[in-house]
Design a protein around this ligand. Structure first.
Ligand code: UDX
Ligand code: UDX
Length: 473
């Protein structure tokens, strides 16, 4: 088989950037990114590159080079499937909200409906690549769906697992220079052939020793385990931050001292208000579910703790704010939330600690003023609506006025007349704010709760602020 056209179903945070880099590095192949959302595809096709649906440093430059040359965005899913020899599935796999495994297992509805469609419209052999993070042994299920809906039984489907390890905010660099590329495939002749075709694509820019081939289940499980290990490190350091606050140790010093042991390493040891993002919680819940399914209760409990500590960390910050400002005493207060994205350099806010913290503040009647440089106002209101589960989207802003949420267009506007600022995202622009004028515009006493430890505490104290930093007494 010669690969001339590749299609990717799902033009989200993974599908869009991944295919852009593929298109840049494989100029002889056409890439068609399709999505059921017309609005999203229109945004990917927007002439104004600032209006792409995904914000990632370096992305718009690549789109400028590849779009409408060998990279296309379309809603014509069937046509793209028919044309392509290889199909990436990059649709979302949220945690199930009902049925067996509710709140734990991955919802494979979208993956299954894509497989069904591929089966129904395919007119030649295809390689189907799982890009979405999926539970172990999903490939088996996909194969079953593809073959059940295969209109022409002569057509053969080969399934590969090729999980994505990009982190948002650094996606382009992660795609251009990955630590490794993982490809899981069948051990059969045709399975090996399909694996090799994908290896050849990656070899165009990635050294071959970084391309790892495994069996399909190892590949699926490795993705879940990688995310679980990363999240575990954040929960580990966050749990220690609570000890630091009690004992007078300093979390940054502890983190540095521990991370300098080359067996441990220094990355992913930054204490925070709690990890967010679309993957960590979902993937760990999946791991817990799989462990329970196979009767491994102790393993399930072990990984559940990573999530429990994460919730504990966000709740701890909420309690600190309540105690410092005496919030539970009915005194009307305004609090400013700086940063809504789950980390800097992305416009993604999925599972951001800001959402959970804001919800708790709104619940006790606090006026919350939010500012984020990249997350749109509407998205912030939607996140809050979803978390409150009001399902009342007709006139969102008016409804939410009753629960005191405001979204402002600068850190200065959001902090004005507030009693406290809570820094939730480590955006660089927060480091260079004019803290003197912020102090002057706030209620007194003025608090800064630095949930990311990015502002010089000494400077704030000198200006008159009262401060709280994670992991520092
Ligand atoms: C992806 C993976 O799918 C997820 O499993 C992994 O853990 C992280 O990366 P992501 O790209 O971040 O998710 O999700 P999102 O930005 O929501 O994009 C998914 C896209 O798929 C959406 O644009 C959605 O409209 C589209 N979609 C969904 C389809 O085109 N068809 C469907 O049937 C369902
Ligand atoms: C993660 C994985 O890193 C990536 O390999 C996978 O493909 C998808 O899931 P992502 O969620 O995009 O990527 O971002 P990541 O950089 O891992 O950050 C996740 C969360 O952990 C963020 O909220 C971040 O602020 C937080 N974090 C990270 C910390 O609190 N401390 C750290 O030291 C590192």
């Amino acid at each position: 088989m010669k690969i001339k056209n590749i299609c990717c179903i799902g033009a989200g945070y993974v599908g869009g950037p991944t295919m852009s880099v593929f298109a840049l590095k494989c100029p002889d192949i056409n890439f068609i990114v399709v999505d059921i959302s017309e609005e999203k595809i229109n945004a990917w096709n927007n002439y104004d590159l600032k209006k792409l649906p995904v914000y990632e440093p370096g992305l718009k430059e690549i789109i400028a080079q590849t779009r409408n040359k060998n990279l296309f965005f379309s809603t014509d899913i069937d046509e793209a499937i028919k044309k392509s020899e290889m199909i990436f599935m990059s649709v979302n796999t949220p945690t199930k909200t009902k049925g067996e495994g509710k709140g734990m297992a991955a919802d494979l509805r979208f993956v299954e409906s894509c497989a069904k469609r591929i089966g129904e419209v395919s007119n030649k052999n295809k390689i189907v690549v799982e890009k979405s993070t999926l539970p172990v042994r999903t490939a088996e299920k996909i194969k079953e769906v593809l073959n059940t809906h295969n209109s022409d039984k002569k057509i053969k489907f080969e399934i590969l697992s090729n999980p994505e390890f990009l982190a948002e905010g650094t996606a382009i660099n992660d795609l251009l220079k990955p630590d490794r590329v993982l490809i899981g495939g069948d051990n059969s002749g045709s399975g090996k052939e399909a694996t090799q075709l994908l290896v050849e694509l990656y070899k165009k820019w990635i050294p071959k020793e970084k391309i790892l081939t495994t069996n399909i289940w190892s590949s699926e499980l490795s993705k879940l385990v990688s995310n679980a290990f990363l999240a575990q490190r954040v929960s580990s350091i966050n749990s220690i931050s609570a000890i630091c606050e009690k004992t007078g140790a300093n979390i940054e010093e502890v983190s540095k001292a521990v991370g300098m042991d080359s067996r441990i390493g220094s990355k992913f040891l930054t204490s925070s208000i709690g990890f967010g993002g679309s993957c960590f919680k979902k993937d760990i819940l999946n791991l817990v579910y799989i462990s329970e399914y196979y009767g491994l209760k102790k393993v399930a409990n072990y990984w559940q703790q990573v999530i429990d500590i994460n919730n504990y960390q966000t709740n701890r910050v909420f309690d600190k704010v309540c105690d410092a400002l005496n919030l539970r005493s009915q005194i009307k207060r305004s609090i400013c939330i700086l940063g809504w994205a789950f980390k800097k350099n992305t416009n993604d806010s999925r599972e951001s600690a800001s959402i959970y913290l804001t919800k708790q503040l709104l619940e006790i009647g606090v006026q919350v003023n939010v500012y984020d440089p990249m997350v749109k106002k509407n998205k912030i209101f939607n996140d809050i609506e979803t978390v409150f589960n009001t399902h009342n989207s007709d006139n969102l802003e008016t409804n939410l006025k009753s629960v005191n949420l405001n979204v402002l267009n600068s850190a200065y506007a959001a902090s004005k007349n507030s009693s406290a600022i809570i820094i939730c995202t480590e955006w660089d622009e927060f480091k260079t704010l004019d803290w003197t004028s912020i102090y002057d515009s706030m209620e007194k006493p003025s608090w800064v709760f630095d949930g990311r430890n990015i502002i010089d505490d000494y400077k704030l104290l000198k200006l008159g602020f009262k401060t709280f930093k994670i992991g520092k007494s």
